[in-house]
Structures are given as C-alpha cells and as structure tokens.
Design a protein around this ligand. Structure first.
Ligand code: ACM
Ligand code: ZN
Length: 768
C-alpha cells in the first residue's frame, strides 16, 4: 500500500471517531455504573450474534435483538458465525447484579452482554438499543465503547392503564408495553374491568362482554356530564379483548420481561358486570350500561350475602388465572359504596351470622375469601389500600394510592407494598400549565415531581424498607379516549418514574436526567410518538430564611431561563432575569415566564401573590375540621401570606359539605377596615363557591359583631374561578376575627354530583 492511500485510509477511519467521540450516551434509566471509552463498535449487516442455541431463553433474546436491528437498518444479522467482530449474549452466574441486572461491555471488536437471567440480557439489549438510532436511516449503527454494570433498585417497576373508561386497541396495548420495556419497567397493571366497561372475554359469562363491554356513544360529552343511557338506545361504543388476543399480548410482554398484572375489580366498580348479570347486585335489578361518571340509580357493587356471587367470582378468576402467568392478581377493592349492603337482607344476614361489626368487615370478609381462592391457585392477591379497612387479608400486597399512609400502615404490618400515591404518580393529572394542556382529571404532577419522588417514605426507612416492592404510576382514562392522548399523558413522566424505580437514589440527578431526556424527545419525534414538551410555567415557591420571606423561582425546562415582574405587568425579555431568591417585603404579585433560546413562553405565565397583612403568621381555629386530604402546608395555610392558585393540591384548605368557620386571634387589639377570604371554584372537582361569606369581629373572642356579609356572584356552572370575598367597613378596633363561608346545601342540579356535598376551598384571610 502506498503512502497516499494510507493517509486516505487514516482520514476515513479517524474522521468519524473525531467527529463522534464526544457523542454522549443518554441511557434512561441511568445505569448504576457506566464508563464511556473512546472508539466504537459498528454493527454491520454481517455482524453475527453469538449465543448458546440450546438455551431457549437466549434464542428468544437473540431474536428480540435481531428483529429490532432489522427494523432500524434492514440488516438480518447472522447467528453463531465465529471469527468476526460479534455481539455475544451470555447467561452465566454473575455476582452483584441480581436477577434482572446485566453487564454490557462494548469494545471496537465486540459487544458482550452478560447476565444471570434472560431478563438481564433483555435489559442489556435495551441499553444497547438506546445508543442506536430510533428509526431506519442510512446512518451507521455505531455503539460507543463502554462498560456498564447495572441492576434495578426496586423489583416492581409498574405502569397501569385503564382500558375500561375508554377501550384501547390490542396494537396500542402492545405499543404501551413496548414503551414500558424500553425503559426497563417490568410490570404492566392492566385495569380490565370497571363500571364503564368490562374488557376481558370470559367464556363462562359471555354477556360480560356482549353487554358489559359496550355503551351508548356519549364520547362527545364531558365525562361526568354525559346523559345516562335510556332503554332502547343502541350501545355501540367500547370493545374488549378476546382470550386469543390476551394470550398474544401476554407473550409479547413476556418477550420484553414485562409481567402483566390483570385487575378484576371487586366488590365495587362493577356496574358493567351488573348490567350484564343483574343477579350480582343486592337489588338484582336490571340496569343499562353506564355512559360516564353519573351513578344515579346504578348499582356498582356486588352483593356479599349471595353465594352465587362467589361462584361467579371464582369462575371468572379461574379463566383469568389461566390467561395470565403473573404471580399477582389484582382484586381492586377501592371506593366501595357500602350503602347497598346496609339495605340488603342477605348482606345483613351474613353480617349477623358472622358476628361482623360493620360493613367494612363485610368487605374484608369478601376479599379474604377471594384471597383464599387465589392462594389455592398458587397466586398472590394485591389490592388498593381500602383493603386495609375492616382487616387486611393475611397475605395481601397493598397498592397505596390515597397518599402513602395505607402503604406505611401495611408495611408496618409486614405486608408488601407498591407505592402509587395520587401525588405525584397519577398520570391522569396535569403535567403542565392547566391553561395550555388538554383537559385532565385535575391535580398537578409535573415531570420533576415524579422524578423527585422517593418510594421509601421516611417512616419506613430501615427495618420496613424491605416491604416496598417499588413504585407505579396509574393512567386512568376518563378524559383519555385516544392512543395519542394516552401517550401524551405517559410521556415523558414515565421516564422519570423509570429512573426513580431503577437507579439508586444517590445516583439520581435531575439536571443530568433532563439533559439525557432531550435525545429521547428527539427519538419520540422521529417515531411519531406524542409527548408533553414540559411544564413551561415557572414554579414560584416561598422560602423563609432567618425570619425573612423570599420567593424561589424555578423552571423544569432544560435550558429554560426565567424573567419576572413584581408590578403586575406581563413579563418580557426586558423584565428582570431571575438569578437568586426574590425578597418579599410587602404585598406583591410576582409574574414569571420561561424563556427558551430567546423564545418567550407567554402562554404559560406563572402568577403568585404574597400578602403582608395583620393576619400573617396568626393562628386559625376551625369550628369544622379541614379535610386531611386538603390540608395544604398545615394549620396556618390561611395566614401564611401565600395565595392559592389554580393548582388544587397546593395552598388551599378544603372542607367537604360543611361551613368553613375560622377564627383568628390577632394577639392584640388592632385598627382594621378590611377583611377578605379567597375561595376557589373548580366545578369538575366538586369545589364550589360558598353561598356567602360572613365577617365578624370581637374584643373577647366570645361575643362577635357582624361587620358585613358578602354574597357569591360566581355562576354555579363556571368551571374555574378564584374570588376574594371582601368586606370594607369604617375602621374599628378588634382582636378576634371570625369568617364563616356558608356551604352549599348540595351540588346544583346541573352538576353530575347533584345534591351530594360540595367542597369549599379557601385560601388566605387578609386583614387590614
Ligand atoms: C383509584 O384511583 N380509585 C384506585
Ligand atoms: Zn347484598
């Protein structure tokens, strides 16, 4: 070879290395140990995959690898041809990586994936895939040289999908499972039955699907306001999975190390089954399928006092257990309205015969009895945290959704727990500014909130930690009727959950995650997968330091800068650029925007008011207790100087069905001329303005004089509003102030919850 050719070759070989050697590796979830070396392994059309062909699991893993490489390159990699650069898959006893871990070593001449099990091999392959293009291009398949040692923090890395409220096709379910698997999630909780649709074919009970899977098409009305079905309407909206389709999906998931945990709800959330077989309810009356969240005259709970209900449940579960190899079978158990049991002769007879104290114990009786059946089939039962009420079944695993308290209680009783608290793991809640997002169930669970979640609460650190199997997010589908929308709610939050579930807590880093995420966004874009581009509305949080109040502004957006105003004006690039906490010295409203690459996100203006008034820091005494669910930052929420915004879970105190009667002691007699109370209306969350707010003052805290009553003027059908009820009056001296917000008698007749209690949400009593 002459020298000029050598030079040319040198240039050809070294040019790509120089150009690409800085290419970062953006694996999510972040591997436990990873070292990037210089150089590349290039997968070519004749790169062989080497593995032990007598091992069926390795053979499956190899075809999983080959089929993906074919999709992105067209290459059909040969198997077991030695003597060339190769990709090797090796199952052998390896210390320190557990049953799902793997070692991945990439050098210029080989890619080696080593693990104890097929699961580990699949995860090594997933990490390899994340270094390659997402779609078919002509680009070389270049894998950076590196060594990875990786294994998960938790064994339950779960993602749920509600296919009852809206039906999703088998193809979409596979795509969903594929997304889980890409990010090393290993559990798919398939919520197959609920009030609005039964989705799994049961051969012994064909009407469960011929009747229970279909409803009158009200998909153009809002969930909860859709008219109820009428006799003679045709039920055309819905669908179900045949047993053959389910077997195919189970196999698809198994190939990706995803276990499907089927949920068959009982004893509540069963209106669809009752529409198919009315004998299952206490009333045994015929009913039409539900169309949405309106439960008037609908039975949704199985009768516990009727033996034939247990025969039915066992027959259904027998078919379910045959279809799903999962160790866990989910029995639901949540949100059971036990009124029908109180009025049912059979249920009451059973309760008396067994000497049970109350209806909670009847529910516990049902769950324990079905658990015994499940154990007899060599499976384990899991249920929502209400299964704690009336006594936990002996071997039950608890899924903690109403916060973490159910999970904490169960773990202390030495039961396994999956953490899936509504905040931050309900992915049907908003992930960004509600004013610019598609309609969501309410709530607010941003990407960073999911990322920052620690599945082990401080109460369980140490001895009880072992009972936390892991964390799961839930995707309820009341407001999600299309595959695109489901993807949008899932992504990118599931990637944050994946890292929370996989990566050791001390190796998690938000900035690194956010940076790696950008390349995943690009890949979603290339693949036509919808995702939320992020929460562009800045977060404004109070910070008290050495007795002084500050506002801390932050943006979750990668590379986002914040500009803000304190004079009520709309922020622009000419406003102050945020760098350090803003000192709050007087009543002020901060407005802030995120700016990315010079582009202002003016549709996502954050606004937070801080008030400095005579009530700030003073104690509030309530006549009716504030709900523990909406206790905001604690007892002084109404006098903390921070006004509630349109985010329900933050800064507001909530009371259900009762008047809010709050008394403040100013400590000394003060001259006052204005008192106000801020209230929220959020129609879909059953939060309504009070009828009126009455303001009273007193010298002694015993006898009060009314200074003013302010009536509500917000229409009852307004979806979202914040109103200050303000009393201005001639200056007077007073030490005590009593504010009474009068509850509605019930939700108004246009509301889906007609006559049921409404919530009052209040924040900040301002006294001047
Ligand atoms: C639930 O969200 N009802 C478990
Ligand atoms: Zn009954």
């Amino acid at each position: 070879m002459n020298s000029s050719k050598k030079t040319l070759l040198f240039v050809l070989w070294s040019f790509p290395i120089m150009l690409f050697s800085q290419q970062p590796v953006n694996i999510i979830p972040q591997p436990v140990e990873m070292k990037i070396n210089t150089g590349y392994f290039i997968i070519e059309k004749n790169t062989p995959v080497i593995f032990n062909k007598t091992n069926a699991e390795l053979t499956h893993a190899a075809s999983f690898l080959k089929s993906h490489i074919k999709n992105i390159s067209g290459y059909i990699l040969p198997e077991n041809i030695h003597g060339k650069n190769s990709i090797q898959l090796i199952i052998k006893k390896t210390e320190g990586i557990g049953t799902e871990g793997y070692l991945l070593t990439v050098s210029p001449i080989s890619v080696d994936i080593t693990a104890n099990t097929k699961a580990g091999i699949i995860y090594g392959i997933q990490s390899l895939f994340q270094t390659l293009p997402a779609i078919r291009t002509n680009a070389a398949l270049r894998v950076p040289c590196m060594t990875i040692k990786d294994y998960p923090r938790f064994k339950w890395r779960g993602m749920h999908l509600d296919v009852s409220r809206h039906f999703f096709s088998p193809d979409f379910v596979k795509e969903y499972i594929d997304l889980l698997a890409t990010y090393k999630m290993n559990t798919f909780h398939w919520h197959l039955t609920d009030d609005q649709g039964w989705r799994i074919e049961i051969k012994k009970y064909p009407k469960l699907t011929s009747v229970g899977a279909w409803r009158v098409d009200e998909s153009n009305s809002m969930w909860g306001s859709s008219p109820q079905a009428k006799e003679g309407d045709s039920a055309t909206y819905g669908g179900y999975y045949t047993q053959e389709q389910i077997k195919d999906i189970v196999k698809y998931a198994e190939e990706r190390n995803v276990t499907i945990v089927p949920e068959i709800e009982m004893p509540g959330h069963s209106a669809a089954a009752i529409a198919a077989y009315p004998y299952l309810s206490c009333s045994q009356q015929q009913q039409l399928p539900m169309t949405g969240g309106n439960y008037r005259n609908i039975s949704s709970v199985y009768c516990v006092g009727n033996d034939s209900v247990f025969t039915y449940l066992e027959n259904v579960l027998t078919e379910v257990i045959k279809l799903f190899p999962s160790k866990y079978i989910h029995l639901g158990g949540d949100e059971v309205d036990k009124t029908s049991w109180k009025n049912c002769a059979k249920c009451q007879a059973l309760k008396n015969r067994l000497g049970l104290k109350n209806e909670d114990e009847l529910q516990s009786y049902l769950i324990k009895k079905v658990e015994r059946f499940i154990i007899s089939k060599h499976r384990k039962m899991i249920g929502w945290d209400e299964i704690l009420e009336g006594g936990l079944a002996p071997e039950a695993t608890v899924m903690s959704w109403r916060g973490e308290s159910g999970g904490i209680a169960a773990a202390k009783m030495h039961h396994d727990v999956v953490m899936t608290p509504g905040t931050p793991l309900y992915f049907d809640h908003y992930q960004a500014d509600p004013t610019t997002e598609p309609l969501a169930f309410g709530g607010f669970n941003s990407l960073k909130m999911v990322y920052d979640y620690n599945p082990v609460p401080k109460e369980l650190q140490g001895e009880y930690e072992q009972y936390i199997l892991g964390a799961q997010a839930n995707l309820w589908a009341e407001n999600i009727s299309t595959a695109e929308h489901a993807e949008y709610m899932l992504l990118p939050r599931m990637l944050a959950l994946a890292e929370t579930d996989w990566t050791p807590g001390d190796k998690k880093n938000w900035d690194s995650f956010n940076q790696r995420l950008q390349s995943h966004f690009e890949k979603f874009g290339q693949r036509g997968i919808r995702y939320c581009k992020g929460n562009f509305r800045p977060d404004i949080k109070p910070l008290v330091q050495s007795g002084k109040l500050f506002a801390v502004l932050s943006s979750e957006i990668y590379g986002g800068e914040i500009y803000f105003t304190a004079n009520g004006e709309q922020p622009t690039l000419k406003s102050s650029k945020y760098s350090t906490p803003v000192s709050i010295d007087s009543t002020v409203t901060l407005k802030a925007i995120t700016v990315v690459n010079g582009k202002m996100m003016t549709n996502n203006v954050a606004q937070q008011s801080f008030v400095m008034d005579k009530a700030v820091g003073k104690n509030v005494v309530y006549a009716n207790p504030v709900s523990s669910k909406y206790f905001a930052d604690g007892p002084n929420t109404l006098t903390d100087g921070i006004r509630g915004t349109d985010i329900i879970g933050k800064y507001w105190h909530g009371i259900e069905g009762k008047d809010l009667i709050a008394t403040i002691d100013l400590g000394d007699e003060e001259n006052i001329h204005t008192i106000s109370l801020g209230c929220l209306q959020s129609y879909r969350s059953w939060i309504m303005m009070p009828q009126y707010v009455k303001f009273e003052i007193s010298d002694d805290g015993k006898s009060f004089t009314e200074v003013k009553t302010v009536d509500n003027d917000v229409p009852s059908n307004t979806m979202t509003a914040i109103k200050d009820f303000t009393a201005n009056f001639p200056e007077q001296k007073a030490r005590y102030i009593r504010v009474t917000a009068k509850a509605l008698k019930g939700l108004t007749k246009d509301h889906p919850g007609k006559d049921l209690p409404a919530w009052i949400f209040a924040d900040e009593i301002v006294v001047e």
